[in-house]
Design a protein around this ligand. Structure first.
Ligand code: SF4
Ligand code: SF4
Ligand code: SF4
Length: 159
């Protein structure tokens, strides 16, 4: 839901004509806060700040674009606040979407050592010999998800 709110806001930031400040600047600041949330750098105060900013943009923008721009943020905050809180407090993305908040891990019991993941990893972050359990080097992994899509044994988890 955080990612969906961000998607819609990116659109309005792009489409804002710039005539009035609440929309031109306000939506950009809103997007910055959403970015912070998806990177696990936001605080609970940021959620309050975001709600306040939404009200200001809605109430003071000149046309419908600015007046409705905060709606996706407000409705997701209202109905899916727990998802925002998970990002902010637990530094976790329940949907497994925000790259900075997830990691890919190999389940040793399921890994057959087929080597498919290590052969396809674009940054050579997976170590392991054939027919032996493989391991992901989290320092190198860029979280592209290729290994997850490649593994035919469901041996890779997103946590
Ligand atoms: S609210 Fe309308 S007039 Fe104001 S900057 Fe946005 S698009 Fe332009
Ligand atoms: S693709 Fe899956 S089973 Fe094969 S080595 Fe990688 S994690 Fe193990
Ligand atoms: S997520 Fe991408 S970079 Fe990370 S280990 Fe898997 S394939 Fe390699």
């Amino acid at each position: 839901m955080v990612d969906i709110a961000k998607f819609f806001l990116e659109f309005t930031v792009e489409e804002s004509c710039g005539k009035c400040v609440p929309c031109r600047i306000g939506t950009k600041r809103l997007l910055e806060i959403l970015d912070k949330i998806t990177m696990g750098k936001a605080t609970l105060e940021d959620l309050d700040k975001m709600e306040e900013l939404c009200d200001h943009i809605k109430g003071n923008s000149l046309c419908g674009l600015g007046q409705t721009a905060p709606n996706p943020v407000l409705s997701t905050l209202r109905y899916f606040r727990d998802e925002y809180v998970a990002h902010v407090v637990d530094k976790r993305c329940p949907a497994g979407v925000c790259k900075n908040l997830i990691r890919y891990e190999i389940i040793p019991d399921k890994c057959t050592g087929c080597t498919a993941c290590s052969r396809n990893c674009p940054v050579a972050a997976i170590n392991g010999e054939i027919k032996k359990v493989h391991e992901i080097d989290q320092e190198i992994c860029i979280k592209c998800g290729v290994c997850y899509d490649t593994c035919r044994f469901d041996a890779i988890n997103i946590v």
